[in-house]
Design a protein around this ligand. Structure first.
Ligand SMILES: Cc1cc2nc3c(=O)[nH]c(=O)nc-3n(C[C@H](O)[C@H](O)[C@H](O)COP(=O)(O)O)c2cc1C
Length: 370
């Protein structure tokens, strides 16, 4: 274990985030007797009930000035989004615009609903500003999410909810690996016309064998099949397909991966998912380090940045940078490493909406400087 990371309690300079970190977070972390999953579900349900006028008002605070950017042919209202897994079933999809994000990646969804792994399966490591999870794609299934999106009038390219809506797709646990492609195709077929993009999730550590789908030949076939299907479904304007990668791939494996997907017509890469490594944890959290699952948050920052830098050196495909973005400066480093957009999950849990506001400000200033 490497020494104390020291970024736990106060992630952003005081003022910008004091309201959330000092008032809201302590309450949130105590909800459900301190059970993180109960707190998470309540937060999502609360967001889902946010009235639309409040969403619009909040948006003025969190994303004060629009600075749209086109990536992979999609016009994003700004450069920061919510990473997959925070709103797995899209229950709070209409609320995210109010928090200032330009996109939200819903899911991961699978063709059939599934309960995920046994609880407990979500652990906070507050001293390290980290989370370990082994959720295992708990979700209501692609049909339930699609119906929800349809009820809200979501259509691809319309920004109905004020944000770009991407959907992360995966395979059911019970689907054999050699038939995984059918699951991804089923999700794409149902989401086509609704999602602004789909992300192939082959990088979650919590579905047995899933990461083997990142092997070059397998991934080439899977990606080509999905891109091909997107073109069949809409020959003039196919749904963009992204691939989300693990942070535990070394430089050579990343080169193989890029070589495999580069010419498939894939629209971009999302880097990274959670890590199986346990570096960078605060001593206080070492007892939790043995929990099986993927680690996210501050201990992942440097690793994710390295992967994004390596990918950017290998390809001109657009990259969405995610992993350990806990401060606006972390997002700035991701942009400098070559990311066109960034996503947050754990940083949002620890620092709250001020993180999104801070990243929006930073991206806006960077553009003004250019
Ligand atoms: C509780 C939890 C659940 C997650 N579920 C998913 C998921 O379903 N699909 C996915 O692609 N990534 C999932 N992730 C990974 C995040 O999208 C993100 O890639 C990772 O946490 C690194 O970003 P962060 O350090 O900002 O959290 C999950 C992360 C957490 C903490």
């Amino acid at each position: 274990m490497t020494p104390v990371h020291g970024r736990g309690p106060d992630l952003i300079t005081r003022g910008g985030t004091a309201g959330y970190q000092e008032l809201i977070r302590p309450v949130l972390f105590r909800v459900g007797g301190g059970d993180p999953e109960v707190a998470h579900e309540r937060m999502i349900r609360l967001l889902a009930r946010t009235p639309a006028p409040l969403t619009r008002t909040l948006r003025g605070y969190t994303a004060p000035a629009p600075h749209p950017v086109t990536v992979a042919g999609i016009r994003f209202p700004n450069r920061v989004g919510i990473a997959a897994g925070l709103d797995k079933d899209g229950i709070a999809a209409p609320a995210w615009a109010g928090l200032g994000v330009g996109h939200v990646e819903l899911g991961t969804v699978t063709p059939r609903p599934q309960p995920g792994n046994d609880k407990p399966r979500l652990f906070r490591l507050p001293a390290s500003a980290a989370i370990i999870n082994r959720m295992g794609f708990n979700n209501d299934g692609v049909e339930a999410m699609s119906r929800r999106l349809e009820e809200w009038g979501v259509r691809r390219g319309r920004l109905t909810l004020g944000t770009v809506v991407g959907v992360s797709i995966g395979k059911n646990r019970t689907t054999p690996l050699d038939r995984a492609g059918e699951d991804y195709l089923a999700c794409l077929r149902r989401l086509h016309g609704l999602a602004d993009y789909v992300a192939i999730n082959v990088s979650s550590p919590n579905t047995p064998g899933l990461r083997t789908l990142q092997d070059a030949d397998t991934l080439r076939g899977l990606t080509a099949d999905l891109v091909g299907e997107a073109r069949t479904l809409n020959p003039t304007d196919p749904t963009p397909v992204f691939v989300k990668v693990a942070p535990d791939l070394g430089p050579d494996a990343l080169e193989d991966l890029v070589g495999a997907v580069q010419d498939t017509g894939v629209s971009g890469l999302i880097a990274t998912n959670t890590t199986l490594a346990r570096d960078g944890l605060d001593q206080v959290d070492l007892a939790r380090a043995g929990e099986v699952g993927g680690l996210s948050g501050a201990p992942l920052t440097a690793r994710a940045l390295r992967v994004v830098g390596r990918l950017a050196s290998l390809t001109d495909l657009p990259i969405i940078g995610v992993g350990g973005i806990m401060t606006p400066a972390d997002a700035g480093a991701m942009f400098d490493a070559g990311a066109s957009l960034v996503q947050v999950y754990t940083g949002f849990i620890y620092a709250g909406p001020a993180l999104i506001r801070g990243i929006n400000r930073l991206a806006l200033h960077d553009e003004e400087d250019r």
